[in-house]
Design a binder for this molecule. Structure first.
Ligand SMILES: Cc1ncc(COP(=O)(O)O)c(C=O)c1O
Length: 393
């Protein structure tokens, strides 16, 4: 057997019955090239991960420079490693005072797991509240708070005392009580199709948490590192969480996550018992170097200031009678159609025509657009024209 697709199907775990199986040769800027040399304009960026585009020389340089010095040397938290502490310091300098101490992880789900543990430890409570239709990762703790029973049911029993509120539903906030350790919420609900907060919902969640002594955890795994036009999503909505979880785009294409909180809270992991949370590869120096380069670039260039304009361009060029709604914010946009058939058609035909767009976990009638933040205006227009061309057929 030497056909790559067959080998992929036979030897690699499959998550999905019909993956597109695009056979990647290389990727550069906003484009992925397959082994036949066909170029695809990438409106997905590895699901909001490749913040500065593919193979950005800034990231490549940071990675290769770091590799010249050292790669993995020790488990997280034991040795002083410059990519880690410089990144942690730069994050703290760009966050409010209560978000000062960073714990690096390998992924988004692990950041959520750490934050959940910390909230239980800090409050002495067990209940974690999340939102219906939320997605926070696939590990058991993150799965326990996923807001979709169909995805959870085969894996029960999961963590006890995980309850739900409904995103944008103020009445459901009564479910948050003095028994609740933490509320975990995405500033923009991702898996359900980029639902933005309405009527100061996030402020109201913050107020309710203040009243009940509940910690507020923001899952900014998808909204961090400039995707909404601000470094973090909470800045956009003027609500500061007690614990911030980030990942995806923070690595500029490399795998890294983090949960960030105050020194006092984070310090709870260091005693009774000590080693309360440990990881071998969390904060890998090469990935921290990539993340640091991404963050430095965002802080010293106009990329974030250009996001509003790019969003407006998408909205303008995707206006079409068959587009019911364009939801989301910044470069995190959902294009809603009438039905699933049209949604599937758009995704499949776009790929044939050299444009990558993608599905949502829980919303079957919309497509996801989360391009690299470096996408150009010409590329935006070109991709939108492909989508509209498909809608015309
Ligand atoms: C909002 C949100 N939280 C958590 C996760 C889990 O992150 P990871 O896949 O890195 O574990 C994701 C991934 O899609 C996400 O979008």
């Amino acid at each position: 057997m030497n056909d790559a697709k067959e080998i992929f199907k036979k030897y690699q775990a499959q998550t999905f019955k019909n993956p597109s199986s695009l056979e990647v040769k290389s990727a550069n800027g906003s484009y992925i090239t397959d082994i036949k040399g066909k170029r695809y304009l990438d409106f997905v960026a590895g699901i909001s991960a490749c913040t500065l585009g593919h193979s950005n020389p800034i990231i490549t340089k940071a990675i290769t420079e770091q590799l010249k010095h050292y790669s993995h040397v020790m488990v997280y938290g034991e040795y002083v490693q410059s990519p880690q502490y410089r990144l942690a310091k730069l994050l703290a300098e760009n966050l409010p005072n209560n978000l000062y101490t960073t714990y690096f992880t390998n992924s988004g789900a692990e950041a959520i797991e750490g934050a959940m543990k910390l909230a239980k430890r800090a409050t002495g409570r067990v209940e974690i509240i999340s939102c219906k239709d939320s997605y926070h990762g696939s590990t058991q703790g993150a799965l326990s708070i996923m807001g979709n029973e169909e995805q959870k049911t085969n894996y029960r029993p999961l963590l006890p005392s995980c309850n739900l509120i409904i995103f944008n539903n103020e009445d459901s906030l009564d479910n948050i009580t003095v028994k609740t350790a933490a509320v975990i919420i995405e500033p923009i609900q991702g898996g359900s199709g980029f639902i933005t907060p309405k009527n100061d919902f996030l402020q109201k969640v913050r107020e309710r948490c203040n009243t009940t002594g509940t910690l507020l955890i923001f899952d900014e795994i998808q909204t961090c590192y400039g995707r909404l036009g601000t470094l973090f999503g909470f800045e956009k909505y003027n609500v500061t969480p007690d614990i911030l979880c980030i990942a995806k785009g923070m690595g500029g294409g490399m795998p890294i996550g983090a949960f960030i909180t105050s020194w006092d809270l984070m310090n709870l992991f260091t005693f009774s018992p000590e080693l309360g949370h440990i990881t071998t590869f969390g904060g890998h120096p090469v990935n921290c170097a990539a993340s640091l380069a991404t963050l430095e670039h965002l802080l010293t260039n106009d990329l974030m200031q250009e996001i509003d304009k790019k969003e407006a361009l998408f909205r303008k060029h995707l206006t079409h009678p068959k587009v019911k709604e364009i939801r989301g914010c910044g470069l995190m946009l959902a294009v809603e159609f009438d039905d699933q058939t049209l949604t599937n058609k758009v995704v499949e035909q776009a790929l044939e025509k050299g444009l990558i767009i993608f599905y949502f976990l829980f919303c079957k009638t919309a497509v996801r657009i989360t391009p690299p933040l470096t996408i150009t205006e010409d590329e935006i227009i070109k991709g939108c024209e492909i989508i509209k061309g498909i809608l015309e057929t």
